[in-house]
Design a protein around this ligand. Sequence first.
Ligand code: GRF
Length: 220
Amino acid sequence: MTNEASERRGFEMLKIVVCVSGGGTNLQAIMNAMDEGRITNVEIMAVISNNRGAKALERAASRKIEAILMSPREYSDREAYHEAFTAKMCALDPDLIVLAGFLVRIPPQMVEIFGNRIINIHPSLIPSFCGVGYYGLKVHEKVLERGVKVTGATVHFVNEGMDEGPIISQKAVNVEENDTPELLQRRVMEEAEWILLPQAIDDIANKRIRLIDGKVLRGN
Ligand code: GRF
């Protein structure tokens, strides 16, 4: 079975929506890759954030990309937020949803509707240091606490679990002796996240990966 995202629109541009919560350095890496031709056949339809203050929204607006705020605080409860978030995403109807530093759980109904058309970047080598409670700087704090010598990042398809979907790509990063969580986070972003996520988007847009029996294979 080929990847659903790249099959939906045949050979037209792959339309993506990028979900962000913070600084947006992964979004910036995607936009830089598009400018430099390392990502082809992709169009960013919109950027959605749960966080009004996310610098990522400014990054989107500076490129005239629709920046949308979907804050849980503006809804009476989690269910109402899930409904509204899912309805908004369905209205946008992207071929691929990219979670780039997005710290909110994806509504189960969105996973159901979009199937294998949601990808996420996680700042560790899954299945290590992932799952509930492992996000942002906390991941790197736990890595240093455990004393592992190698960490990295993972791009994976999103399923109903937390960081449990089929793995698309991973890249290892050395842990240095005097690392702080901040130093390690920066190195993982520079040496892994900002490389892996654009590469995965370009591979999906150009039909270079296939999903067979829950495993990601490369090649047409
Ligand atoms: C970073 O910790 C990154 O590792 C994770 O989300 C956080 C913010 O990323 N993926 P960004 O700068 O908002 O892309």
